[in-house]
Design a protein around this ligand. Sequence first.
Ligand code: FRU
Length: 326
Amino acid sequence: NDDEKKIKIGFSQAMTTDDWRLQMNYTMKVEASLHPEVDLEILDAENDVDKQINDIETFIKKGIDVLIVSPIASKPLTAVVKKAKEHGIPVIAIDRKTEGEFFDAYVGADNITVGREAAAYAGTHQTGTGKIIELTGLKSSSPAQERSLGFLQGLTKYPKLQLVKSIEGDWEKESITESFKNYLKNHDDIEFVFAHNDRMAYGAWQEARKLGVEDKLKFIGVDGLNTPDGGVALVQKGVLQASILYPTGGNDALQLALDLVNEIPVENHKMLNTIVVNNINANILKHQMDRVDQQQGIIETQQSFLKEQQEKYTSLNMLLKILLAL
Ligand code: FRU
């Protein structure tokens, strides 16, 4: 039977409420569609740690060939991901990590580098007090820990910069707006805001705008998505000064999963490149990203056309067999 020959890849996605995650899923699916032997199943944990543990348990019971996982938080997901490994399932961590580096590979940009790049941007664009507010992602997730760490490391090179406040967020703007607004009301000498992603950076900018001080501040975000509200557009509009590009790696993870199944040696860290999106390169980057998006769209249409044709062919074939048997 056809199903048994298929390579079953299970992807435990942290959530799908934002464009960045949707893009990760999309690029993974497009890549999967190019490999007819692949059966990709995505389970959405809906930002609920217990659900994500259950999702991975489900995958283990099903007997998948590879697990791809983007753990909401590091610690609480570690045991179940280890369990998958103990069941002989190779594991790829994407974007976020569990504790301990026991998985077969990690796909993503280096988040320490992301933090350092943000500090370097501030250091080379300082014209005022050099005072910075940081808005962090969910502290129990590895990208937030690493972005903070890299940022602090980067700051040591620029003695005129000073991190005066770190506000703990959870990746969504609602988590930081109140505290940010209150802090800003009482401190009029801030020069930079470094937010761990563009959604929070945009939320902070909106608060600053309400207070009429958005032009006094320089906002730096992370992700650099090419969507209407994404980092590239925000840089083009002058809302953000910079966004550190953080590729989703959906397609890379799928390729890596296939390599693992085919026992092709893989790099322990599939490093995705990061780059600073700024007002100098935003237009050209958008142009390039539009072209990639377009090509992916074409692949998708062609694949679904092929699938349609195949289905038509199969049903015609069946009909023919029935007719011949009469
Ligand atoms: C998307 C997101 C991104 C961020 C990443 C970190 O869900 O919040 O904005 O860069 O997750 O894991």
